[in-house]
Design a protein around this ligand. Sequence first.
Ligand code: HEM
Length: 442
Amino acid sequence: MKQSKEAYRAYREKAAEYVGSRHTSRRRLRVPVDPDLDPATIPLTHLNVANPQLFKEDLIWPYFKRLREEAPVHYCADSQYGAYWSVTKFDDILAIDADHQTFSSEFATGGVTIQGTPASGEFMPMFIQMDPPRHDEQRAAVAPRFAPTRLAELESVIRERAGAILDGLPRGETFDWVEHVSKDLTGQMLATLLGIAVEERHRLIAWSDILGNPDNPELVASPDIFYNTLADVGEYFIDLWNERADQEPGFDLISMLAHGEGTRDMGPREFVGNLVLLITGGNDTTRNSISGGLLALNQFPEQYNKLRNDPGLVRNMVPEIIRWQTPLAHMARTANRDVEIRGQNIRAGDRVILWYISGNRDPDAIPDPDRFKIDRENARHHLSFGFGIHRCLGNRLAELQLRVLWEEILRRYPVIEVTGEPERVNSCMFHGFTRMPVRIPA
Ligand code: HEM
């Protein structure tokens, strides 16, 4: 079905409503962390682990430890995002993720993130925020792009690009790893998946930053920026959709959406929504794994030594990096019915937050979880990609990018030093870095 740009006029109109305004809940979203509060003694009823400031300042760990030990299914009655349940133990998260009949991802009832402003589900419906059967039909349209044989074809492309990025890095001076390596490699891959020129990656990265972080004032000062960006994305890709709908089916994601049985008749809002999913899904996540891995190796120098002595460990290190970093700190669900977990009564309509970042540090599921171990046994036993029908579609691609990048790094540089404290993302969903100063010895 051909699409029309006209459809995105509503997005511009929505943006116009907001010009000059700020998010209504902005004041409440930015709750400063009181340095005198002790996570070990603060009353459980006051514990709000979703405060983005805790993530930005990397203070979150003792809070999750306390919840796992004392209130693994915990109700927070009042937060900047309203009331919500926190689930923090590995096995509970897995069980809820596997039960999509009880725990819905539908955007109409709240979707998959706790971040809420501006409310975007209506404007960008996407299959990660749908339940079956629509979810399954739309996922099936793009899934073949991520099949092992298709990914194998990408390996040499990734290797070449990783090599070019690494060869261009300065020696003997401090530079930002996030900007020069993590963002650039993932942005290039995104352009390839969408079948557009790699030179367009900067645009994709900027869009992804805005659309994936609607409530982060460092990236989206007011909602009009968000809605105008949605319109920009729709208008940019609609011509490609129309062009590719007329051509033979190809293996870029636009063509797959335009020809897929479950997606070819979707409307312009779903088109833009699914594009946003594909753009943001693989962007911050892979980017932050690339940065997080380098930081982990610097924090655990004996592991870095081990890696230098045996570069074959890269394959096992990759899932360990993804566990360690947990680039998506949480995914949310909404209970479809009353349900009891660990003696807690979750009611139909309640919001339930699955804290992957906590499950991945649960000692009952992962031995010695606070240690980064590149030769960890059973390293794939982690929650970072979710579980069940929404399990990450790009997991193998993410692993491939990390593996190839690290193989190429080790060929060139025995050491890359993190020279200062990294700056972290202001979000309780994307767990990662905005800046990481590093130096490659001359
Ligand atoms: C280390 C990198 C990555 C991590 C940690 C990650 C994490 C996740 C998680 C946790 C989910 C499940 C969401 C849920 O259960 O509600 C998910 C879904 C998804 N991811 Fe990833 N992801 C990564 C890389 C990628 C890449 C590279 C792509 C593709 C370009 C991608 C595309 C998707 C898509 C399309 C979904 C939706 C699947 C569905 O709803 O059926 N991801 N990802």
